[in-house]
Design a protein around this ligand. Structure first.
Ligand SMILES: [Cu+2]
Length: 189
């Protein structure tokens, strides 16, 4: 008979394995906090920019060429640079700009011949090309105007408004002899 009787009870006690309590002092979990920085949710707002529906409006931008140039102007401008037998129609405009120092060598008014209505202000604007220029009316001009001494600065301007109908003829003093001439026809509105 085997006395298997192993007595219960003997097996107790072995437990007590506490000792692994390692009191952690290594903790301090800082340093890896990097949760910022991905905020870039702007930037896709681009709903502007496709507004380009203008541009085809050109009905009153003026400046169409007409070939019924008054003979007084046509004769005066015979030798003028940038004159091709046409007068640019700027009627019914508040303001018209003529370049001073236009053309390949900067020795022209452009447009050389313009047609306006009373009350229009003509603004001559210097291009900075071709040296010093001025704007001086001739004795045959319906009214007299004079920008003064010739200047060369780009962006310089001279303004003159015309309140009465008539033909205005003008030139640049330093370059009159080489065809720096211009004319304005002021017609009934
Ligand atoms: Cu000139």
């Amino acid at each position: 008979m085997l006395t298997l009787g192993t007595l219960a009870g003997c097996s107790g006690g072995g437990d007590g394995g506490d000792g692994s309590d390692d009191t952690d002092e290594s903790g301090e979990t800082d340093g890896s906090d990097g949760s910022d920085g991905s905020d870039g949710s702007d930037g896709s707002d681009g709903s502007d920019g496709s507004d380009g529906s203008d541009g085809s409006d050109g009905t009153d931008s003026g400046g169409s060429g007409a070939d019924d140039v008054p003979s007084e102007i046509d004769e005066y401008l015979t030798e003028a640079r940038e004159y091709n037998g046409e007068i640019m129609d700027y009627t019914d405009q508040d303001e018209v700009t003529v370049a001073v120092g236009a053309g390949g060598d900067g020795l022209a008014f452009d447009p050389a011949a313009i047609r306006i209505t009373p009350g229009t202000t003509v603004v001559w604007e210097w291009t900075g090309q071709g040296g010093a220029h001025n704007v001086v009316s001739t004795e045959d001009s319906a009214s007299s105007f004079d920008s003064g001494e010739a200047v060369s600065e780009e962006g310089a301007t001279f303004e003159q408004s015309f309140d009465n109908t008539g033909i205005q003829l003008y030139y640049c003093t330093p370059h009159q002899s080489v065809g720096m001439l211009g004319a304005i026809q002021v017609v009934e509105a």
